[in-house]
Design a protein around this ligand. Structure first.
Ligand code: ADP
Ligand code: MG
Length: 200
């Protein structure tokens, strides 16, 4: 197989749009700062940062090194110029679970808390913990990805908000467990703007 660096150079972006992908890579997800590809036939994923976020690769690489924990976080394999090679996690994000109706259990919520406590014990401030940054693996473990904002000083309300929504709405017996994407986006937006009441 071609070296990873060569494969990455063959990806063509138009700002944050991926317009050309070499056949050895498969696009598996995109966020605000990067596109993530699986190296086909391997357990490696490459996170390629958009050019304006190029410098975040080194920053996120350092945080993964600081975490150095493969129970709650993917293994870091390589830090390159504008990209990271990390362990490919077979599974789905909690966002995908909501869309496809896979139940989110209290023990999954507890595993996220354990992962966050672990990061705090390492002197980090876990931030930007939202549904697309939490993966439920095929062997029923929870792993957190996208740790680049873990060194920010400000407290991030996303996870406490999600947890509150989980216990006050989702856990109710007759609350649906499957949602169309537009609905999830709308609820998250309303919740973040404090426009939905917290039920007890
Ligand atoms: N190691 C991985 N294994 C499987 N899927 C991943 C992995 N890393 C990222 N993804 C997918 O790619 C998406 C974007 O990755 P992420 O690191 O969150 O990028 P961003 O920093 O731009 O938000 C994630 O929401 C997830 O769906
Ligand atoms: Mg993300």
């Amino acid at each position: 197989m071609k070296p990873i660096k060569e494969l990455i150079l063959a990806i063509k972006f138009d700002k944050d749009q991926v317009i050309e992908i070499p056949s050895e890579l498969q696009l598996i997800g995109q966020g605000r700062s990067a596109a993530v590809f699986r190296v086909v036939g391997s357990m490696q994923a490459v996170k390629v940062f958009y050019s304006e976020h190029h410098n975040l690769a080194e920053k996120e690489g350092k945080i993964y090194q600081q975490l150095s924990n493969y129970v709650y976080y993917p293994e870091l394999i390589e830090v390159g110029d504008g990209y990271l090679v990390i362990e490919y996690l077979e599974g789905m994000t909690l966002y995908d679970c909501l869309v496809s109706g896979i139940p989110i259990t209290p023990s999954m919520v507890d595993m996220v808390d354990e992962a966050l406590n672990y990061a705090r014990a390492k002197g980090l401030n876990p931030s930007d913990i939202h549904l697309r940054n939490i993966i439920l693996t095929n062997d029923h473990k929870i792993k957190l990805i996208d740790v680049v904002r873990f060194t920010q000083k400000k407290e991030c309300p996303h996870w406490p908000d999600l947890k509150r929504a989980y216990y006050s709405y989702y856990q109710r017996r007759f609350f649906p467990k499957r949602f169309p994407p537009f609905f999830i986006e709308m609820v998250i937006r309303l919740y973040r703007r404090r426009l939905l009441p917290i039920r007890s």
